[in-house]
Each structure stands twice: as C-alpha cells, then as structure tokens.
Design a protein around this ligand. Structure first.
Ligand code: FPP
Length: 249
C-alpha cells in the first residue's frame, strides 16, 4: 500500500465490476490555476491521484485500466509544460516501480513511443520488461497517443497484408482489425471516466469505446478519489448494458 486511506463505505457489487476502465485525467491545469499555482503543480497532483486510483482498482481486482497521460495534440502546449508532462511517467517509474512490481501489476504503454526521447523510452522499456511476467492488473499508459493515428496505422498494416497476399479482403473483420490496434492484448473497455466536466472523447480509444459506458464528472482529476471512483462504479452497475440488443427489457 502506497497511501494511507480512510475507509469508504459505498456499496458496490464486487461481482459486477468492469473488467477494463479507461480514464481521461482532465482538469489538472484548472485545478492548479484556481489555486494560483503553476499548471505543472496540477499535473504533479494528478500523478498522485493516479497512484491512488491504481491502488484502489488493483485492490478491487479490476483486470485493466488505461490512462491518457499525453496525447499527440498535447505537443501544442508551452515547451516547459510539454517537458514536465513528458518527464512525469519516468519520474513515477523511477520512484514507484518496486511497489508496482510488488503489487503484481503489469505496465503497458500505447502511443507513438518510438518517437519519444531515448531516456523516456529506456524508462518505459524498463517498466515493461520488469513487470511483463506479472499476473495482476494491466496498467496501460497512453503516451503520445492519438486514436485516429492508431486506426490509420492499423489500416496500413491490414492493407499491406492484402497487397502482399497474406490476407484477402474478405478475411478482414472486426476481430482481425482490432488485433492490429495498439490495444490488441487488452480486454474490451467497459467503462470510460472523464473528469473536469468536459464531455468529449478527445481522440481517445475511439474504436475501443464503441460499446463502453461513458461517465463524466465535474471533479478535476486531482480531486478524483476513492469516493468518486466508487460513484462511477455504482453508476456503471446501475446502467442496463444492452449492446444494441434488448437484454433486460
Ligand atoms: C489533462 O489536464 C491532463 C493531462 C494532459 C496530463 C495527465 C497526466 C497526469 C495526470 C500525470 C500522469 C502521470 C503518470 C505517471 C502517467 P489538463 O492539463 O488538460 O487540464 P486543464 O484542462 O484544466 O487545462
């Protein structure tokens, strides 16, 4: 356990938890600006919130969580903020990797990782290599990630296989296409949580969220805590998931 926590008494049905939750950790900048602090302080607090959420999800035996740490659009931000955001995962890997290993968590990364600076790539590889044989929750960090680019890249792979006669056009189906996405090794996303009151997907996991429940909260990410997470899980359990059919009607 990394953090001391108060006991939270919110009734969630442990038999109906989502297998995979995706988070858009939004509102770090506004959280800091409201307090007259630099935006980077907000990102730092956001990192601490992430650690707590990882720990709680792991305790709940959620199979996978995926978090949006840096989008391909985030390069447009001021250079000092980009640098800070880029270095944050390395900072956390270097500090918390032993705890992550001990918690049996697998660290996975999606995004254009090969385009990142070498020192960051090295830390990512270290985190991946040292946790890949773990058997617990898969923590996927989306870094330099954009969903439309991911879909275009998958399309190119499939198109090349057709051109090289490894695949016929008729063999292309949803499952095959999904196997070419960066999330090929992850379970379907049951729940997507976005903080800070913004109600959009921002080029995040567009294919993968096709049937997910979407949950939006006004809380800024640094204020998202165990109570807020459990509220999202209760709402998830309340919804009647029909997958386009009439199940439960
Ligand atoms: C969006 O808030 C948040 C980000 C662009 C970065 C999220 C990153 C973290 C929470 C840290 C991740 C740490 C690790 C270890 C992976 P924003 O800056 O867009 O906030 P705003 O909308 O209020 O400006």
């Amino acid at each position: 356990m990394i953090f001391k926590r108060k006991k939270v008494n919110l009734d969630i049905d442990k038999s109906k938890l989502p297998k995979h939750i995706a988070f858009i950790m939004d509102g770090n900048g506004r959280w800091a600006t409201r307090r007259g602090l630099p935006r980077t302080v907000g990102h730092n607090e956001g990192g601490k919130t992430l650690l707590k959420i990882i720990e709680i999800c792991n305790e709940l035996r959620i199979k996978a969580i995926t978090v949006f740490a840096f989008s391909t659009e985030n390069w447009e931000r001021p250079a000092d903020e980009v640098k800070f955001l880029m270095e944050l995962p390395s900072k956390y890997i270097n500090t918390y990797l032993p705890k992550i290993k001990e918690a049996n968590i697998v660290m996975n990364f999606i995004g254009l990782i090969e385009k990142l600076p070498n020192n960051i790539k090295n830390d990512i590889n270290k985190a991946f290599e040292e946790t890949k044989d773990n058997t617990g929750m898969i923590l996927t960090i989306a870094l330099n990630y954009g969903s439309q680019d991911e879909i275009v890249e998958a399309t190119k792979k499939v198109a090349n296989e057709c051109l090289n006669n490894k695949l016929t056009v008729d063999q292309i189906n949803k499952e095959y296409f999904a196997s070419k996405l960066m999330t090929y090794n992850l379970p379907d996303i049951d729940l997507m949580v976005r903080t800070s009151g913004e109600i959009r997907l921002s080029n995040y996991l567009l294919w993968q969220l096709a049937y997910s429940e979407l949950y939006f909260t006004k809380k800024y990410w640094p204020d998202f805590d165990e109570i807020e997470l459990k509220k999202s899980l209760i709402e998830y359990q309340r919804r009647n998931r029909r997958f386009g059919g009439l199940k439960g009607e």
